[in-house]
Design a protein around this ligand. Structure first.
Ligand SMILES: [Zn+2]
Length: 311
């Protein structure tokens, strides 16, 4: 048997075995039937997979693959198959979680069971270790099985070399959650933002685990300084982006934060804030995605109130 075939079989069987034992508390909220998972090559050693929960980065080296996020748990086997067929059939050696959300950590248990190292910011492990509620979508998630938990945690970030890629990873506190990390690849000039960017739509803000709209504005501003004008961006959700997309997102988030802070200071209720339409001038550009303007205003409002209570 060729090395290729043996690697490929090992890779699929580890993932398919894992998918069968998934916790039933995780359910995809995506389309039915689910979208096909499609790879786009960004360089000879970097690809992005779209169509399975959050966007997934794949770093290719002669020794194996690094995955950045892992989609939905119920699609872990589909994702593994798509990577094997469309990108490279080597084994995964390293998984990096950009944050704790279920549509990003869906390969943790299957890959962890196969002995794959899992890196994440320390709050990601904290959230994945316990039953965690996400009020923004009204759902509660059971802890991951121990084998799905990160095995290598960091506080602020660092640098790592995978194959020929030199990767910088940086934690930004209290943005979309309390454990978000972006990854920058200076070689191909690509920035993977995790869910600190929803490209072209109002973002999920997980205020139950430390996220808030002002923090997402600050994150967009910080990430805008990474790389240069030509940096290509893998957002957490939505199509590939540019620095202009990041700038537009920052302007929207900063303006809405400022307006909501003013309304809250004036004692306006959430319904009064919705009636004031603080997102109005941005709705055409951002209001056609996951959230309609009113629903998102409520989430952003709640995130400011929650943040103010803590600080
Ligand atoms: Zn998320």
């Amino acid at each position: 048997m060729s090395k290729f075939a043996s690697n490929r079989r090992e890779f699929f069987s580890a993932l398919i075995g894992g998918a069968a034992g998934l916790s039933l508390t995780y359910r995809a909220f995506g389309q039915n039937p689910p979208a096909p998972i499609k790879a786009t090559k960004l360089s000879d050693s970097l690809a992005v997979m779209m169509g399975d929960g959050g966007n997934i980065g794949v770093v290719i080296s002669p020794d194996g693959l690094m995955m950045i996020d892992g989609g939905y748990p119920e699609r872990a086997a589909d994702l593994a198959k798509a990577i094997g067929e469309q990108v490279d059939a080597h084994k995964v050696n390293l998984l990096f979680d950009t944050h704790w959300h279920f549509d990003h950590v869906g390969s943790n248990e299957s890959l962890g069971r196969a002995g794959v190292k899992i890196m994440a910011q320390e709050n990601v492990k904290k959230r994945l270790s316990v039953r965690t509620t996400m009020e923004a979508n009204g759902r509660t998630f059971d802890p991951l099985k121990p084998e799905g938990l990160p095995t290598q945690e960091f506080a602020k970030g660092g640098k790592l070399t995978y194959g020929k890629e030199k990767i910088e990873y940086v934690h930004i506190p209290l943005a979309h959650t309390d454990g978000d990390t972006y990854l920058f690849f200076p070689g191909p000039n690509v920035l993977h933002t995790g869910d600190m960017l929803f490209n072209g739509m109002y973002p999920v803000i997980d205020y139950s685990t430390g996220g808030w709209v002002g923090g997402m504005a600050a994150a967009a501003e910080a990430m805008h300084k990474v790389g240069d004008a030509k940096t290509r961006i893998i957002p957490g959700h939505g199509p590939m982006g540019t620095k202009d997309d990041l700038k537009a997102s920052h302007e929207m988030l900063a303006a809405v934060t400022q307006r909501l802070e003013k309304l809250i200071k004036e004692g306006k209720s959430v319904d009064e804030a919705v009636a004031a339409a603080p997102t109005k001038d941005f709705d055409e550009k951002f209001g056609r995605g996951i959230f309609k303007p009113d629903a998102w205003t409520k989430i952003a409002y709640a995130s400011v109130v929650r943040h103010n209570q803590k600080s």
